[in-house]
Write a new protein. Structure first.
Length: 123
């Protein structure tokens, strides 16, 4: 078993949000990726299609999720399951949001213009 301290995590900024990676191939994982997502209040979600399933457990604030055109609001203790191939946009509510996100290695996201992103926090 490995204990990963906050000081050993890697942080990335994208689209106004912070992705703090704790588990990824860069740290030795071969199957899973896990990170903390911090979304500033009012940060708009960027629509993207995910290649792998994702699980978002809300830790704080209010997470505004658009999942395949359905608007959802998730609060602390609630979990959002995102099926592979779904169109997803995540925004922060009035006080922002914090979530723990887990997926499998190899996740990519395809934006509306067809750009494919391999997020560095999943590498």
């Amino acid at each position: 078993m490995t204990v990963i301290a906050e000081s050993d995590s890697r942080s990335f900024q994208m689209h106004g949000s912070t992705f703090t990676s704790f588990v990824a191939p860069a740290g030795g994982s071969t199957q899973l990726c896990a990170w903390r997502l911090d979304v500033v209040a009012g940060t708009p979600g960027v629509p993207h299609r995910v290649s792998h399933e994702e699980v978002l457990l809300v830790l704080g604030g209010e997470l505004l999720v658009d999942l395949d055109g359905v608007a959802l609001r998730a609060h602390p203790g609630q979990t959002v399951f995102v099926p592979a191939g779904s169109q997803l946009a995540v925004a922060g509510g009035p006080g922002g949001a914090r979530a723990w996100v887990t997926t499998s290695v190899g996740l990519t996201a395809t934006t509306g213009d067809g750009s494919v992103i391999a997020p560095p926090w999943t590498q």
